[in-house]
Write a protein that binds this ligand. Sequence first.
Ligand code: SF4
Length: 431
Amino acid sequence: MKTTIVSPKIYTYGSLVLGGILRDRGHAVSITRDLSSEGDLTLLSLFSTSQLLDPEIRELASRAPRIYVGGPVGLVPEIVLGELEVDAVVVGEGEEVVADLVEGGPSEEISGLAFLRDGVVVKTDPIPVSDLDHVMPLIPDDLRSQSVRGANVYIETHRGCLGGCTFCQVPRFFGRSIRSRSLENILAEVREMKRRGVTRVAVSGGTGSLFGYGKEVNKEAFITLLKGLAEILGPKNLSVPDMRVDFVDEEILEAVRRYTVGWVFFGIESGSPGILRAMKKGTTPEKSLEAVELAHQSGVKVGGSFIVGYPGEMEEDYQATLDFMEEAMLEDVFASVAEPIPGTPLAKIALDLPREDNPLYREHAGEYRALRISEAEARCFNLMLTGMSCKPVPRIVDDATYSAFLQEVRTQGRDVRRVMGLLEKYKDRIV
Ligand code: SF4
């Protein structure tokens, strides 16, 4: 039997690992980003809710003779099983599930699975993987030509996050304690990837510096990890994008400067203390500013991500975010419209919010009214434009950049409204 793992558009790290597990169990398995592929059995890796509405993905699901879905969308399998014609959904981590599922089909004997029986969802509880060290991933030949924010691949060094941000699926999917891989397991994998032509690697995992976390941050483990990876790849080919502002200090930032491309990305989210509290972010604008300044003093460039249109965000909260950006002088800005990912607390908050109070459905009546976009999109658009003028070296917004930003916020607004539509459709079954 031929098993095909389909990871639409980009190879997700999880799909490579599951491919490695099946290969080592003796299965004929291949991995592809191409949605037109055929196979006796398809494993489909999905990371975003809006993928459930993608016509090509829906067509693949209805055409495949047998198909199972995994990835973060499995957090709320009722939606996946309602939207796609699939045979089962992996609801948690896939390593312990995949071989039994492929070899025996869906069954209540398998932990962490959901499937339909007589139209009713049967669901078994997932069990978190206790040992994250795993076999060598399945490395496709074209992994080396993939580019995700500049990296050929994002690798996982640990799972879980100590944070409990309402909008984030990481603690819901992976838990709030930290499980780390061993250094040897990670380095062996990266050596093999390099041998197969991969040059640029990014470390994923919510907050990079939580690698090796025991009862407290293990700086030594994190710094040793970066040093080891840089020795294999060269520092210009390694990035550790995501960090929490309260888990960095001089030593960590010095290691980032020395062993990586020299950037960090902080999830700043908002300049409003009230919105940060509502998000359960566990940080303050002051803490974020301190971290940005510390990074700059250490010679590390900073990208900041911001969320606009969070339920309850008033004009003055949004203004506080703009003020923050002017003070912080970030080298890069990522702005997004708050997305109520199914399975997160924000999904319930957004469902409880009357549409007339949701800036996603309110037409913008200010400076950008001629563009006919929602208030949430207008804030996002304006934040992107402001981000360009608040860089240490301000950038001119030319016509092409203006159009690209506008297109981006329109797409975001459309996708988030689609997610809201799904939440409303399945409200009775998921809340
Ligand atoms: S947003 Fe970042 S800090 Fe917050 S829960 Fe997610 S991974 Fe953790």
